[in-house]
Design a binder for this molecule. Structure first.
Ligand code: SAH
Ligand code: F3S
Length: 490
């Protein structure tokens, strides 16, 4: 097991409300991070204006798009296998279908894709989706089409994304694109380009629109949300050169949180991903100040060893990270924290690995996403360091950190047993049509009898039992939305 959650969502084909005048059919699949799923909503929105309705049946699609991930070799292999599948469908059932590759793998491989995979007609990088109408016109004429230009400005702030596969309750809102951090193992700065922030007005407009449509929870998305900085547009790195006025009226992530939280006090707010070197105490205070900002921070650390952190170009030490965790708990009572961890980074010794385990024991993470190091072409680590930890050592270390995560996750979940927590009902439980699944502020899924409650309602749930990531209980009434979110209010 490489990744603990969200595995079931990978690859979902998406469907949206149909526009009666549209005649062509689009089948779109997404892999990888939440940002890719969010980008696919932008792509579907752009193509809806070009006459495409989505379908979940590849065999009837005029255009098949796959939004791809490059983060690990395995993610790329998954996409290669999907291309084989598309090829079979094209040969046997749908000879006229065209295939386009979007996202990080498109950006990484560029026109090489056209040489390597004969099924591919179109290659589009993450900053080039507005060019899709032209690119589709090209492939309609029988020519291959490629646009992998990265942009300094593009944030798609002016595109209203259609909501794909939506439960009508939770939605993603992207706030930054790209990443400037240059962690040595990571391909993202190469595939998604320089970091830029989206205009807060357009963020708030999108949030208002979601609220008016009945959504109850939004997740603000970025590769590194803490680094959000709006000063009238442009790259984060150019802020130094901005005018005095632009500097004085700039909006950072903590201020953005205050704005969004104040706009709709009954709309829950989550955000992802935080970065330990960029999250400020102002952000922690903003979370504590608003009851509708969820008490949950995804705070990847990657390693517990100072030497490895340095090799990874993570710009903090183990001690600074532990200190940050202490401040999180001091400022936000009952805050849940999750991690991303990489085992077997080049030169990682047994001692480094023990440092990771002891850091995990210190933090007692609620959840985690743990990976074996996968060398990515072009990254600093690939250029400078030999991938020298044997596969079996990587996977043994991975199972050791997964075991610690399971245990601390279970301990943390047990904390809620006997307590009453506020949950937002999202959907039916996967395992039973008699139960709802909702999440509490700490992002734990709670399962309880449906009774007369409905999707989108906030309810108080008495927790009676738990597994390592799921709470079980009984709803005992509606939440008043005025009391604290997780204490024994009833
Ligand atoms: N800031 C990003 C991180 C993107 S990558 C975000 O929004 O989530 C997600 C996680 O994948 C990273 O935190 C890291 O743990 C893992 N990862 C990235 N590159 C990797 C590599 N080369 N090998 C293994 N895992 C990797
Ligand atoms: Fe990657 Fe590090 Fe940015 S993990 S996305 S380079 S913060």
């Amino acid at each position: 097991m490489e990744k603990i959650i969200e595995e079931d969502k990978q690859g979902t084909a998406v469907v949206l409300e149909h526009n009666a005048t549209n005649t062509r059919k689009l089948y779109i699949e997404s892999y990888g991070c939440q940002m890719n799923f969010s980008d696919s909503e932008i792509v579907a929105s752009i193509l809806a204006k070009e006459g495409f309705n989505t379908t979940n049946n590849m065999e009837e699609a005029d255009l098949v798009l796959v939004n791809t991930c490059s983060i690990r070799d395995k993610a790329e292999q998954t996409v290669r296998k999907r291309l084989e599948k598309y090829n079979r469908v094209k040969e046997r059932k749908n000879p006229n279908m065209k295939v386009g590759v979007l996202g990080c793998m498109a950006e990484r491989l560029k026109s090489k894709f056209l040489e390597e995979e004969k099924i591919v007609d179109m290659v589009v990088g993450p900053d080039a989706y507005k060019d899709l109408p032209n690119l589709v016109a090209e492939i309609d004429e029988g020519r291959d089409a490629v646009n992998v230009l990265l942009s300094k400005e593009e944030t798609y702030g002016d595109i209203a994304p259609v909501r794909l596969n939506s439960n009508g309750v939770t939605a993603f809102v992207s706030i930054t694109r790209g990443c400037d951090n240059m962690c040595t193992f990571c391909v993202v700065p190469f595939t998604r380009g320089r970091e830029r922030s989206r205009d807060p007005h357009s963020i708030l407009e999108e949030v208002n629109d979601l609220w008016n449509k009945g959504f109850k929870e939004i997740t603000l998305l970025g590769q590194n949300v803490d680094s959000f900085l709006w000063y009238g547009g442009g790259l984060k790195k150019d802020f130094k050169k901005a005018s005095k006025m632009a500097k004085a009226t700039a909006v950072d992530f903590a201020q953005l949180l205050h704005k969004v939280a104040n706009a709709h006090p009954d709309l829950r707010i989550r955000f992802s991903t935080s970065n330990p070197q960029d999250i400020s105490d102002d952000v922690l205070h903003a979370i504590a100040a608003h009851r509708n900002i969820c008490n949950y921070i995804h705070l990847p650390v990657q390693s517990g060893s100072n030497r490895i952190l340095k090799e990874m170009n993570r710009l903090h030490t183990r001690e600074e990270y532990m200190n940050l965790i202490d401040r999180v708990h001091a400022i936000i009572p009952e805050c849940a924290v999750s991690q991303d961890m990489i085992t077997g980074f080049p030169t990682e010794t047994e001692e480094d690995h023990q440092d990771t385990l002891s850091l995990m024991e210190y933090v007692k993470y609620d959840y985690g996403f743990m990976f074996s190091y996968s060398e990515r072409p072009g990254t600093m680590a690939a250029r400078k360091l030999e991938d020298d930890v044997p596969e079996e050592v990587k996977s043994r270390r991975l199972s050791e950190i997964i075991a610690v995560q399971r245990r601390t996750g279970h301990e943390r979940a047990q904390y809620f047993v006997g307590k009453t927590v506020e949950c937002l009902i999202e959907k039916e439980s996967k395992k039973s049509d008699r139960h709802w699944a909702g999440r509490n502020t700490q992002n734990y899924v709670a399962i309880f009898d449906k009774e007369d409650y409905k999707v989108g309602e906030y309810v108080m749930v008495e927790i009676t039992d738990c597994t390592s990531a799921t709470l079980k209980g009984k709803a005992i009434g509606y939440s008043d939305m005025k009391g604290p979110l997780t204490y024994d209010t009833v």
